[in-house]
Design a protein around this ligand. Structure first.
Ligand SMILES: O=P(O)(O)O[C@H]1O[C@H](CO)[C@@H](O)[C@H]1O
Ligand SMILES: O=c1cc[nH]c(=O)[nH]1
Length: 235
């Protein structure tokens, strides 16, 4: 096992879906994977491997925020040989062009996190981006399934609760669609270790209208996003 994942070598597939919520990981495994087996319960951050349309796929909870997600992405890639990571998360919409439950494919991820400033010595504003092949496949897959997907940039924020909602409006003026808390770190780590990463999101909250889904809905009802992620993972 690695420091934070209790799997033996070979128990994790090369393709991994990564929700923040470990119970969403359980729901995905139980709903979509054949012969799903739990390979890790360390810290309650559940991980499962099973088969989707005959292909081995794993689902690993990553926790909330970039420090937590970075640990799982790093260990999955460097200790378990994972090559493809697709985050399946919830997000807050920053623009009224989006509504609750819309699905987003995040082409790029701005961030207020200091993690990359440290990485690049404060000298470069690195631009974390999705793997183009995965992004393109996800759009094709969604089209085939008849699921509308909005492709565009998002914000990966350190804080869920902000004192600066005005910055969200400014970002929306620059085309940023939504806010979540992991994608910039995921894209950066995947680039660093030459893996492929994509973030798919479902709008769980609307920052402009105040509408929101329940915790149970965030855990168990974002099926369209998961179906796009699984089809993309095995393509
Ligand atoms: O639903 P998940 O994947 O956890 O994603 C979003 O939800 C959490 C905040 O509620 C953060 O992790 C954010 O990125
Ligand atoms: O990070 C997140 C996730 C969902 N909704 C938000 O407002 N922020």
């Amino acid at each position: 096992m690695s420091t934070h994942i209790g799997a033996k070598p070979g128990e994790i597939a090369e393709r991994v879906l990564m929700p923040g919520d470990p119970l969403r990981a359980k729901w995905i495994a139980e709903t979509y994977l054949e012969d799903a087996k739990c390979y890790s319960t360390v810290r309650g951050m559940l991980g499962f491997t099973g088969r989707y349309q005959g292909v081995e796929v794993s689902v690993q909870g990553s926790g909330m925020g970039m420090p937590s997600a970075s640990i799982y992405a790093h260990e999955l890639i460097n200790e378990y040989g994972v090559k493809t990571l697709i985050r399946v998360g919830s997000c807050g919409a920053l623009t009224e062009e989006l509504k609750l439950r819309d699905v987003i494919a995040a082409s790029g991820s701005s961030t207020d996190s200091n993690m990359n400033r440290m990485r690049f010595d404060g000298l470069i504003d690195y631009a974390p981006v999705a793997d183009f092949g995965l992004l393109r496949t996800s759009v094709d897959v969604a089209e085939r399934r008849g699921i509308p997907v909005r492709v565009g940039p998002i914000l990966a924020a350190d804080a869920f609760y902000t004192d600066r909602p005005d910055l969200y409006d400014t970002l929306a003026d620059y085309g940023v669609l939504a806010v979540e808390m992991e994608s910039a770190a995921l894209y950066t780590i995947a680039a660093r270790f030459r893996c492929r990463a994509l973030t798919l999101l479902t709008v769980s909250d609307h920052i402009k209208t105040g509408e929101k889904t329940t915790a149970q809905e965030r855990e168990q009802t974002f099926g369209q996003m998961v179906e796009i992620a699984l089809d993309t993972a095995i393509a």
